[in-house]
Design a binder for this molecule. Structure first.
Ligand code: KG4
Ligand code: ZN
Length: 330
């Protein structure tokens, strides 16, 4: 098999490598997770993350090639996350990509991590119809963007403070749950009732997000009283998050008519967000595109697919290294 792109993703705590074909078929995807290492710190410990990437990256690349049963000479090029992310972690992926590119005489292109998430909804199957409204909800970012096509992205908002994923993880820690708290809060919320009136920050206007006030409200409540069941706190917290995300998405869809409504990033795995997004899509007459949960969290396949966009647009002139590290461009 030839004409595959090798995607390398090391922006945070996963060493994620994949080989992906031009139409988004994932021929292999291997993720070496560091969750066990960071668990005891209640969040990602950047220095340990970088050191662990150093240990695991070459074996993980090898595992991806073994799984695909192809040799490096058969690939078209290498795409690597160039940011945003933890600098020590990013450097391991970038330097590995440059080394492999030189050794194998293949072009190397740096890809924005968020562009990778935006493209994850088309992995394995072309689901997105353009123009598409995309809600990106990850551990590091929260924003709405409209994509006119795979290359043209107009970012419509951002968060003034915390990302929604960070808010999930911090509230998880307050409730004594292991890192990352998001999936555990998701489960716990189903056992409780949303009886606590947490704030819905910046819900009434605009497309900007803010989650630090909500996080602080949960912290204040837990410090003031232990009268509430943890499950009710989780249910009330998730309800506040869902209402804000859906209200802002509805506002964006009204202002920027779109064919698809896409939700990407790790928090897109949340069951209540998925259910509420379906209701909104039915109401607005748009097609809901949710990547399978395994592509919603960080992976190498989304970076490989985003790299294909550059090849298709003719931006890559082999065998150069084009990292664009100084560019703030998306
Ligand atoms: O996109 P991602 O894998 O990493 C970043 O690029 O940041 O997102 C990780 C985030 C974490 O904050 C995690 O708690 C959250 O996604 N997450 C969830 C769920 N699954 C993962 N949050 C809420 N509900 C879930 N089911
Ligand atoms: Zn991510």
């Amino acid at each position: 098999m030839s004409d595959l792109i090798l995607g390398i993703e090391t922006s945070c705590d996963d060493t994620a490598i994949a080989l992906v074909s031009e139409n988004g078929d994932v021929i292999s995807s291997v993720i070496s997770s560091q969750i066990e290492i960071h668990n005891e710190y209640g969040g990602v410990y950047p220095e340990f993350a970088a050191r662990e990437h150093i240990q695991t990256i070459i074996p993980t690349v090898k595992a991806a090639f073994d799984q695909a049963k192809i040799s490096p000479k058969d690939i078209k090029g290498i795409g690597v996350t160039r940011g945003p992310g933890l600098v020590g972690s990013l450097l391991v992926g970038i330097n590995t990509a440059i080394g492999l590119g030189h050794g194998w005489n293949k072009p190397v292109i740096g890809v924005n991590h968020l562009r990778g998430h935006l493209r994850s909804a088309d992995l394995e199957e072309q689901r997105v119809k353009f123009p598409a409204m995309v809600l990106l909800v990850s551990g590091g970012h929260t924003f709405l963007a409209q994509m006119k096509n795979p290359m043209e992205v107009q970012v419509l908002s951002s968060t003034r403070d915390d990302s929604v994923g960070e808010c999930f993880d911090k509230v998880g820690r307050m409730l004594g749950l292991d890192y990352p708290g998001g999936p555990k809060i998701d489960k716990l919320a189903h056992k409780g009732k949303p009886t606590i009136p947490f704030p819905r920050p910046m819900m009434d206007k605009g497309l900007e997000f803010s989650f630090s006030g909500l996080k602080a409200a949960v912290s204040r409540l837990l410090a003031a009283t232990d009268a509430h069941e943890d499950a009710d706190v989780a249910a009330s917290f998730v309800q506040a998050i869902v209402e804000v995300l859906i209200k802002k998405s509805e506002r964006a869809l009204k202002k920027h008519p779109s064919k698809s409504f896409v939700i990407v990033g790790g928090v897109a795995a949340n069951s209540q967000i998925r259910a509420a997004a379906q209701k909104l899509s039915d109401k607005m007459g748009v097609e809901l595109c949710l990547p399978p949960i395994k592509w919603a969290t960080d992976n190498g396949a989304m970076i490989a697919l985003a790299t294909w966009d550059y090849f298709k647009a003719g931006i890559i002139k082999p065998p150069k290294v084009q990292l664009n590290l100084t560019m703030s461009e998306f």
